[in-house]
Design a protein around this ligand. Structure first.
Ligand code: AMP
Ligand code: ZN
Ligand code: FE
Ligand code: FE
Length: 281
């Protein structure tokens, strides 16, 4: 099994990188992508925890916003983690998440909800990229809601009155940085329509011009019709087709390895980074 998109407690997953790697090994997986939101801070522990013949594809899921305000997640894989422009881009996005969280909390307080920045910090693991799931956890801890899932179906949904976006690069800019850092760019769950506004098929041409390498087709948030459309777009544009779990530990229903990428597609993707950057023993 090749699963190229997972999260740890360095962002909004609940497993440490070590726990994630241990699970991947016990499932007998062959390749795992570690792709926390807007950070590479889980890489070192993932590498340390490596045993047996599991291969690591290190990366990050970069939060992007199009000029039209559509939220896009771009997976960067196999890039040079020490690349300065990349680290600056990731840091700027992380920095933008703090004022955004303050604004969301202010809106909630105005509506009479008993929640504070301190509550969110108490729910945030050390060094993790701050996100709405941590606000959801804080609301759960206070007994205001029951689960992250409930939060995303209501108060924390993109359509909610409390939603605020944060500063983020455009998908084209993110692809440019991923490429300059030597990596490959795969757009994550582009037709996950339950999350809010999504791209239209013609948008993919601009992304290909910017250097996109692949499309995440098999993902639980895309239905069979959406996957079929994406598969057709990938064929037309000669893009790599991936599938992945987007595992978040107990933070989401997604189970590790529930979707995967074929060995042929993985080989095609891996060959396009500027040096052989997978990690294996
Ligand atoms: P943010 O990046 O702060 O806007 O938060 C978005 C994150 O929330 C995404 O990375 C998702 O993985 C996570 N998310 C979205 N929907 C859900 C859900 N229903 N349950 C748990 N996490 C979710
Ligand atoms: Zn997430
Ligand atoms: Fe995502
Ligand atoms: Fe993700």
């Amino acid at each position: 099994m090749i699963d190229l998109h997972t999260h740890t407690n360095k962002s909004d997953g609940t497993d440490s990188p070590r726990e994630l790697i241990n699970k991947a090994i016990s499932l007998g997986m062959s390749v795992i992508g570690v792709t926390d939101h807007d950070t590479t801070s889980g890489w070192a522990q993932a590498i340390e925890s490596l045993r047996s013949n599991l291969t690591l594809a290190l990366g990050s899921e970069i939060s992007c916003l199009t000029k039209d305000g559509v939220s896009v997640h771009m997976l960067g894989l196999l890039f040079d983690g020490a690349h300065e422009e990349m680290q600056i881009m990731l840091e700027e996005t992380r920095d933008g998440r703090l004022p955004r969280m303050r604004k969301m909390i202010e809106k909630m307080q105005h509506a009479g909800i008993d929640i504070s920045m301190e509550d969110v910090h108490n729910a945030l693991p050390d060094g993790a990229t701050l996100g709405r799931p941590h606000l959801a956890d804080a609301l759960v801890n206070k007994g205001i809601i029951k689960s992250r899932d409930e939060a995303f179906q209501g108060m924390l949904n993109n359509d909610s009155e409390f939603y605020v976006s944060h500063a983020a690069p455009t998908p084209e800019d993110a692809i440019g940085v991923i490429r300059r850092a030597g990596g490959v760019a795969v757009i994550a769950h582009p037709f996950a329509s339950l999350r809010g506004k999504i791209l239209v098929p013609s948008d993919f041409h601009t992304l290909v011009d910017a250097g996109l390498h692949g499309i995440e087709v098999d993902h639980r948030d895309q239905n069979p019709d959406e996957r079929a459309m994406l598969r057709a777009i990938a064929h037309d544009l000669d893009l790599v087709i991936t599938g992945a779990s987007d595992y978040h530990g107990s933070g989401k229903l997604n189970s590790l390895g529930e979707y995967g990428t074929s060995p042929e597609q993985w080989e095609k993707l891996e060959a396009q980074s500027n040096s052989r950057r997978v990690v294996r023993l």
